[in-house]
Design a protein around this ligand. Structure first.
Ligand code: ZN
Length: 78
């Protein structure tokens, strides 16, 4: 349903978006919740991942899925 995102980006309210697409508003609301596009701007950072460092096992939040070392170890090795 990429049309939904497009209409939301254009500033259409949920009601207006549902009307234009011929959808039930409840269906649309559920869809928006599921895909977190209630607001046009994404609120979370899906590229941030919780990890344990491969070297020292410290828990940290990585900026990308390929980061496997905590900032300290990265500084040490990098
Ligand atoms: Zn580490």
């Amino acid at each position: 349903m990429p049309a939904v995102t497009q209409l939301r980006m254009q500033g259409c309210s949920t009601r207006e978006t549902a009307r234009r697409l011929g959808l039930n508003i409840k269906t649309l609301e559920a869809y928006l919740r599921r895909h977190r596009i209630r607001h046009a701007i994404p609120m979370d950072r899906p590229d941030q991942v919780r990890r344990n460092c491969l070297n020292c096992d410290t828990a940290f939040v990585a900026d990308g899925r390929f980061l496997r070392l905590c900032p300290e170890c990265r500084a040490m090795f990098g």
